[in-house]
Unconditional design. Structure first.
Length: 124
C-alpha cells in the first residue's frame, strides 16, 4: 500500500514537471512568433512548433520523460527563432558598404554573321 502511494506521488510529480516544461516551451514559442519568427525565421519557428506539439502529445500519453526532452528542443528552437527574428540585420539605407563605387563596364557581344553569305569560307 505504501509503495502504491509513493508511486502515485512520483507520477504526479512527473506530470507537474512535464506540465511546467510544456508551459515554458509554449511561452518561448509565443515570444518567438510575436517577435516575427513566422516571417523571418520560418525553419526555426516551425521546428519549435512541431516539437511543442509532439511534447503535448506525449504528456497526453503519460510519457513525461519524452515530453520533457521534446520541450527542451522546442525551447532551443524558439530561442533561435527569437534571436534570428529580433536581429534587424544591416541597415542598407545608412551604409554604403554594399553599394559598388563604379559601374561595371558593359561587355560587348561579338558580332556574328547573320546569313551564310556573310561567312568567309577561306577563314574556315
Amino acid at each position: 500500500m505504501r509503495a502504491l502511494l509513493l508511486l502515485a506521488l512520483f507520477l504526479s510529480g512527473c506530470a507537474a514537471r512535464a506540465s511546467y516544461f510544456v508551459f515554458d516551451a509554449q511561452r518561448d514559442y509565443e515570444a518567438a512568433v510575436n517577435a516575427g519568427g513566422e516571417e523571418r525565421a520560418v525553419y526555426e519557428t516551425t521546428l519549435a512548433r512541431e516539437y511543442l506539439w509532439k511534447a503535448k502529445e506525449e504528456v497526453n500519453s503519460s510519457d513525461y520523460g519524452a515530453a520533457e526532452q521534446l520541450c527542451k528542443k522546442s525551447m532551443a528552437w524558439s530561442a533561435e527563432a527569437y534571436e534570428k527574428s529580433a536581429d534587424d540585420g544591416p541597415n542598407l539605407d545608412k551604409t554604403d558598404e554594399f553599394v559598388p563605387e563604379t559601374k561595371p563596364e558593359e561587355v560587348k557581344k561579338p558580332e556574328t554573321p547573320n546569313t551564310l553569305d556573310d561567312i568567309d569560307l577561306d577563314d574556315l
